[in-house]
Design a protein around this ligand. Structure first.
Ligand SMILES: [Zn+2]
Length: 298
């Protein structure tokens, strides 16, 4: 399932002979994909969009609706994305706001389900989209979006694990019910071959808040996660807290923690196992845990 993708297609109506003919007619050279006009039938609904598309150019145009920051789909520099932990190598990135909401959602998931919410695949660069597309056409892969049209290529899609990949599980039910309140929509349910694991982040991008790595203030009010137990790096039970995304502080007393808890800021307490888990999921290195920790973006 890690190779799954998510065109939004009524692909049942797509016949494989046409698709293979289309594949043969399609040359992949960088971001330019040559397409024969008469192959249009083969790409019906291949955009990861809410409406059907009838050609590659329409799919590419539809994908532009989700464009942000002036970047090209699948070609977003890693330094403007936010690190998360994901199983598929090279996919552990999300758009900053999507990552922040993932953090809050994963903490709520942990409270409800008692385990971490894992990402199988997040960001999908252009080369991987081409790879999946080719495997899909060869009949060896799952549904694949046309290269350059996957929402994974904008850093706003996740394929989740932790049971979310299976319809009918408690984890999947929780995500369908609660994901949308964090902006994470269970769009994979609507694919012609449903992909329960696929979610799209629907929040509107509001700007490059993590392009400026020194913008600490913007990172303060997202979420506070306090470790309640001693950590091996700092073996005194204290007040080590993750504040927002990829930011870690050690505070010397509980009053300092409480001072950060403005009204409405989600607050969680985790034991050391859970705390390490959250640090890992947000790409905060263990080396950041120190008695004088004031870590931000490494
Ligand atoms: Zn997906």
């Amino acid at each position: 399932m890690s190779t799954s993708d998510d065109a939004k297609p009524e692909l049942a109506s797509l016949d494989r002979r046409h698709l293979l003919a289309y594949a043969a007619a399609t040359a992949v050279t960088g971001s330019v994909l040559a397409v024969r006009p008469d192959s249009a039938r083969a790409v019906v609904n291949l955009g990861e969009t809410t409406s059907s598309v009838k050609s590659v150019s329409e799919a590419l145009a539809a994908a532009q609706v989700s464009a942000w920051g002036g970047f090209s789909n699948g070609r977003i520099p890693a330094e403007v994305l936010t690190t998360v932990s994901a199983t598929v190598a090279g996919s552990g990135f999300l758009r900053d706001d999507a990552a922040r909401q993932f953090l809050s959602m994963s903490l709520a998931f942990r409270q409800a389900l008692g385990r971490s919410l894992t990402i199988t695949e997040g960001y999908r660069d252009f080369a991987r989209q081409v790879d999946y597309w080719n495997r899909y056409q060869a009949g060896t892969g799952n549904l694949a979006a046309y290269p350059g049209t996957s929402n994974h290529g904008w850093g706003i899609s996740c394929d989740f694990g932790s049971g979310v990949e299976t319809a009918g599980t408690a984890a999947k039910r929780w995500m369908d019910a609660n994901g949308p309140s964090y902006g994470w929509q269970p769009t994979g349910n609507g694919f012609s071959r449903p992909e329960p694991w696929h979610f799209d982040y629907s929040g509107t991008w509001t700007g490059p808040s993590n392009v400026n790595k020194n913008a600490k203030a913007e990172d303060v009010d997202t979420v506070i996660v306090r470790c309640t137990g001693p950590l091996s790096e700092y073996p005194v039970a204290g007040y080590t807290v993750l504040v927002g995304v990829r930011s870690l502080r050690h505070l010397s007393n509980i009053d300092m923690v409480n001072a950060m808890r403005v009204v409405g800021t989600p607050y969680y307490e985790l034991d050391w196992v859970g705390f390490y888990n959250v640090l890992s999921s947000m790409g905060v290195p263990r080396s950041a845990i120190r008695a004088d920790a004031d870590y931000f973006w490494g």
